[in-house]
Design a binder for this molecule. Structure first.
Ligand code: 13P
Ligand code: SF4
Length: 324
């Protein structure tokens, strides 16, 4: 997708790995003056070695404020790209450059430019899950944790394009009462939850509360007692008096939920296929081995054309200013 770098390690790379990867990564962090930022959808091992684990907003805020010289981003390409836009002079590493995002891919820059041109009076609010090219065409970036807050700060008579996630867009429309023009994109993980299987789980666990990410389809969201970003879901599960939760987002978050509330039960909502859990295939391309290798070899790194980088910075900064 982004490079010719192999997604799978060859035999030579595997046999050269140190015995204790955790120890080796800690040593490299010190040697490089590096910070490891990880999203909740990463493999549990990666979450456990990270200096900071968070949702897209938290990760952007950390990237904007870090003193580290090297940012190792355990997440997907658009997240590492955001860190690079915020830190043009720092080395930003992504363990596997093929770790893309179906939602970002659902909004190609040429088509979006035409869509924007067809709505010349509209302000463009884009979900951070988009490419740097889309960010460069946007007025304000948002994440799932601040989308409602940001749209509420825009004057009521200002028409708005919301891209690229139609489900988050619909959720924001319902929460704000605004009529947004939506780009028709979706996340392959969150649009794939099965309403039928989720209802069957509710019947099997009648005291469990359904908590869901706003990237899910409306048919699934209507069963949720609480809707929020990954960080919001984590906080809610911790604070709630309920003892069991049906978690309708990528199942990686359950590692943190179990760590923070070990006595509670977290049941992953199943996708439409035969799997019990719903994992993001892009996020899961990163492994502890690739994390070690990218730090050891200082590659693959994120690079961006200067004009795109400069144009994409402005709407990200607006988001950070509007989120305090
Ligand atoms: P948040 O990190 O905002 O919860 O979004 C989840 C997601 O899909 C990231 O790819
Ligand atoms: Fe993209 Fe969905 Fe994976 Fe998040 S979970 S990185 S939105 S495909």
């Amino acid at each position: 997708m982004f490079t010719t770098a192999p997604s799978k390690l060859d035999q030579n790379q595997l046999s050269a790995l140190p015995r204790d990867l955790f120890q080796a990564i800690q040593t490299l962090k010190r040697e490089l003056n590096a910070v490891v930022l990880a999203h909740y959808y990463q493999d549990p091992d990666i979450q456990d070695i990270a200096d900071y684990i968070g949702d897209s907003l938290g990760l952007s805020q950390q990237a904007a404020n870090t003193n580290a010289e090297v940012i190792v981003f355990a997440g997907v390409h658009f997240m590492a790209e955001t860190a690079k836009i915020l830190n043009p002079n720092k080395l930003v590493l992504l363990p596997d450059l093929d770790a893309g995002c179906s939602l970002a891919d659902s909004c190609p820059p040429e088509s979006f430019a035409a869509f924007k041109a067809a709505h010349p009076d509209h302000l463009v609010v884009s979900y951070i899950n988009c490419t740097a090219e889309i960010k460069a065409m946007s007025d304000i970036i948002c994440t799932s944790s601040n989308a409602v807050q940001i749209v509420n700060q825009i004057p009521k008579d200002q028409p708005i394009i919301f891209a690229p996630d139609r489900n988050l867009g619909r959720y924001v429309m319902a929460e704000t009462g605004r009529d947004l023009v939506l780009w028709d994109g979706a996340c392959m993980v969150h649009e794939n939850f099965s309403e039928k299987k989720m209802v069957q789980l509710q019947v099997a666990h009648p005291s469990a509360e359904v908590i869901a990410h706003p990237e899910c389809e409306p048919a699934v969201l209507r069963h949720a007692s609480y809707i929020g970003s990954t960080t919001a879901l984590l906080k809610y599960a911790q604070k709630s008096s309920k003892q069991a939760f049906i978690v309708v987002t990528e199942s990686g978050i359950i590692h943190q939920m179990q760590k923070q509330a070990p006595d509670k039960q977290f049941i992953p909502a199943p996708p439409m296929n035969s799997c019990a859990c719903n994992e993001c295939p892009h996020m899961r391309l990163n492994t502890l081995e690739k994390l070690y290798l990218c730090m050891k070899n200082r590659t693959p790194e994120i690079t961006l054309p200067g004009d795109i980088q400069a144009a994409a910075l402005r709407p990200i900064q607006r988001m950070l200013e509007m989120s305090v």
